[in-house]
Write a protein that binds this ligand. Structure first.
Ligand code: HEC
Length: 81
């Protein structure tokens, strides 16, 4: 019984820390945007540049509005940190 609780505890900790290190937005970015070219680092462009790049690239990657929003969030988030 104690062992079971420990396992459950480790699963919870494992899930929450992996969420912390890689967000859904980041995962989606690597999934959708690395098929045709290397992943461009978000520091390569500023927010304004990312918006215009994403107009072009979201069509290439066939993103839904939701996916487009998430990836833009990921790409421009770092600029406020
Ligand atoms: C279907 C293939 C394809 C997909 C998917 C794709 N790209 Fe691109 N990307 C290209 C090509 C081809 C270029 C070369 C320049 C061009 O066409 O404007 C490029 C260029 C770029 C550039 C360089 C800047 C520029 O304007 O030339 C960036 C940054 C970029 N892509 C980001 C992304 C992001 C972010 C995504 C995900 C939403 C993505 N790409 C998905 C094909 C793709």
């Amino acid at each position: 019984m104690k062992y079971l609780l420990l396992v459950i505890f480790l699963i919870i900790v494992g899930c929450s820390t992996s969420k912390y290190f890689i967000s859904n937005e980041e995962e989606l970015y690597y999934e959708k945007c690395t098929g045709c070219h290397r992943p461009h680092d978000r520091s390569e462009y500023d927010s304004t540049e990312w918006y215009s790049i994403m107009e072009k690239m979201s069509k290439k990657a066939h993103l839904s509005d939701e996916e487009n929003r998430m990836i833009i969030k990921y790409l421009t988030d770092s600029k406020t940190k």
